[in-house]
Design a protein around this ligand. Structure first.
Ligand code: SF4
Ligand code: SF4
Length: 458
């Protein structure tokens, strides 16, 4: 009997010590990933936790008080219970989480379109005659230096010049979104051609690719930019392909400084180039295809991407992908080639997380992101940012800001550690609350913007 007790006690001691070591190693692993990611606060917190949490395990293991086995047992039981509570799949339904707009959006209302209106032009007077309430709001951004202006707060000659260069190349690509369709139509197997297009896009640099049937609400009602301003958008293609492309985390973490606009324009260009290649390819097979690239859209890319199963629309009104959050740019292709659509299972967990997180709303320098619950807009429950105040801030900073994207807990890099957290967020209502607390502890509620990388800061 005494032997049996000794054996049990030895096993308990070993399990107890190993548990302490495992916890310490996990936090040490987090600290090494954090230093690699240049997240110095997360590095300090995780390294401290790796040492501090090991101490009580060692002290109890090395001590010799009479009820030591009971304490060990109790601590182990509590730890198991905590793990069960955190990881048990529990996802209460989010109210009416998936809804589609009942009306089309008009591209003329988009801030970029309003920014392009030339004062005293007919389009300018027509627009503000129809939308008098917007005139006063838009006058505010017109008083500011403007995007990529030398007089803006964040002006940096090289990163701004790079962004200019990217936009010039995109400008040159805008006219070729459409083109001649080959008369020699090739028969295609929808499964094989869908797989071909997706795999090719990924080889070209896409992060994710999805296919959906093109819906009316994916389309803007009218063109708001370029020579076709005011034209009603008519697009009877059956399918839409959405492509996301990653934005570099190091560049985004400098937001709202110059590298953020350099990176966003770069990825508008890269995603647009892939969309153009795919559109050319499809037309060469004898089917219609149009690329939708920065400044020449007919579709609202985030809505297409959401329905193509690539993510969910969050509090900041952007697509949040499962692996990179909002740290992506999107382009699309509409086409009539036969394709197989993707299932959009949707992520009500992302909506639930956004409803408690509010980190983007806290950090936004122009207070453009709502702290409130979703509201009904054009028939769908959603969050909508104040695009006028956001754009006015852009026109002061000279960049497209991106502070909200930089601090979003979904934006962390795509690696084992962060993917495990994202899995937990998706899996459990309770884990989501815990993850938010940990994100604030490790990265700060209002993290500072990083300095420019050395190679840019010349
Ligand atoms: S920062 Fe938080 S609230 Fe904002 S989009 Fe990201 S997850 Fe949602
Ligand atoms: S881009 Fe900047 S100003 Fe605009 S909503 Fe995000 S944080 Fe606010």
């Amino acid at each position: 009997m005494i032997n049996l007790f000794n054996n049990f006690s030895d096993i308990l001691e070993s399990i107890f010590l190993i548990t302490g070591i495992i916890i310490s190693v996990i936090f040490f692993y987090v600290s090494s990933i954090s230093i690699y990611e240049k997240e110095y606060r997360a590095f300090r917190v995780s390294l401290s936790l790796s040492i501090i949490l090991l101490v009580p395990f060692l002290l109890i293991f090395l001590s010799n008080f009479s009820f030591r086995p009971m304490v060990m047992m109790l601590i182990l039981i509590v730890l198991v219970l905590v793990l069960i509570v955190l990881f048990f799949p529990y996802n209460p339904k989010v109210k009416a989480y998936y809804q589609v707009p009942t009306e089309k959006h008009d591209e003329r209302d988009v801030m970029f379109s309003r920014n392009e209106l030339k004062i005293d032009s007919k389009n300018y007077s027509d627009y503000y005659a129809k939308n008098p309430a917007k005139k006063e709001l838009d006058d505010k951004f017109r008083e500011k230096p403007g995007l990529l202006s030398k007089d803006s707060n964040m002006y940096h000659p090289f990163s701004f010049a790079s962004a200019h260069a990217n936009l010039e190349v995109i400008e040159a690509l805008k006219p070729i979104v459409n083109g001649r369709v080959s008369e020699n139509r090739q028969e295609v197997d929808p499964f094989k051609i869908s797989n071909y297009i997706k795999t090719w896009c990924k080889k070209l640099g896409a992060h994710s690719v999805g296919i959906t049937e093109l819906q009316d609400y994916h389309l803007y009602s009218h063109k708001g930019r370029g020579d076709l301003y005011n034209k009603e958008i008519l697009n009877d293609h059956k399918y839409a392909i959405a492509i996301t492309i990653e934005m570099d985390n190091e560049m985004i973490q400098t937001a709202p400084k110059g590298p953020v606009v350099m990176e966003s324009t770069q990825q508008y260009l890269n995603s647009g180039t892939i969309a153009l290649q795919v559109a050319y390819f499809i037309r060469s097979l004898g089917y219609e295809a149009r690329a939708h690239i920065d400044g020449n859209y007919e579709v609202i890319c985030p809505l297409v991407a959401r329905d193509a199963g690539l993510g969910e629309i969050g509090r900041m009104g952007l697509l949040m992908t499962p692996e990179l959050g909002p740290r992506v740019r999107i382009a699309a292709i509409t086409t009539d080639i036969p394709l197989v659509t993707d299932f959009s299972e949707g992520k009500s967990s992302a909506i639930d997380f956004c409803s408690i997180c509010k980190k983007c709303a806290d950090i936004c320098p122009s207070r453009s992101i709502s702290f409130a619950d979703r509201e009904e807009i054009k028939g769908a429950l959603r969050w909508q940012i104040n695009s006028e105040s956001c754009f006015t801030y852009w026109c002061s900073s000279g960049t497209d800001c991106g502070r909200c994207m930089a601090v979003c807990p979904y934006s962390h890099p795509n690696n084992l550690m962060h993917n495990f957290i994202r899995w937990g967020i998706n899996n459990s209502y309770i884990f989501r609350r815990f993850a938010l607390y940990m994100d604030d502890l490790f990265y700060g509620r209002r993290p500072k913007s990083r300095n420019l990388p050395n190679w840019i800061d010349i």
